[in-house]
Design a protein around this ligand. Sequence first.
Ligand SMILES: [Cu+2]
Length: 248
Amino acid sequence: MPTANTLTAQQLQTPLRTEFAVDMHCDSCSHTVTSALSRITGITNLSISIPSKTVTIESTAPPSLLFKALRSTGLNTVLRGQSTTGSHSHLGAAVCIFESFRGAKGWAQHNNKGLARLVQVDGETCLVDVTIDGVTPGEHVVSIHECGDISGGCESTGKALTELGKVMVDASGRGDLVVEKRDVKVWDIIGRSIVIDAANQKATAEAGKDAVCGIIARSAGVFENPKSVCSCDGKTLWEEANTNPSKM
Ligand SMILES: [Cu+2]
């Protein structure tokens, strides 16, 4: 076993409080979590609750790094929410509800395939949290497209402006992505769209027929994720895919 190195990353300008649902069952799980996080620089406060299966972290380390460290324990982990600490507040937030348009007539279809939350956590950093469900298994590319026009499904969203990242969709059709972007500002992308397309479709800049997409809309702010992890089968509950977007 190699020695565990300290994990440093570009720190946020403003400390964030980030809450994760982690499927912990006992003190041993809790110790595993503590030791996975102990390698990360920038954590100022850590609180673990086994009964509520939550891990709350105050830190200037990027949430994606915390997410990866928690996932590395093998325990099911979901990003639940994020807020700035003390008197700081975030600079803007947005939400994007993904829909599938295959076989749809026009845009009047409500075939929810998940959502993205975007929070501008400081002047430089936009935190992106994407969860999708009911999508073809395999690698998918998540991109911001120039237009918020879904009148022709994903194909009318225009060209891809920037790639947010890649999602590996598992055999059950689910996938997620937590990433910080420094080339994206929330206020620049409201009214545009996010498209998720099979990686092998990305030879062209336009979205493929089987892509899912949604319009990026301003949101009230700091997100609170209703997802939790279930102790029955250790699986993530994705009930949020069917919840009211106004609550996000
Ligand atoms: Cu345990």
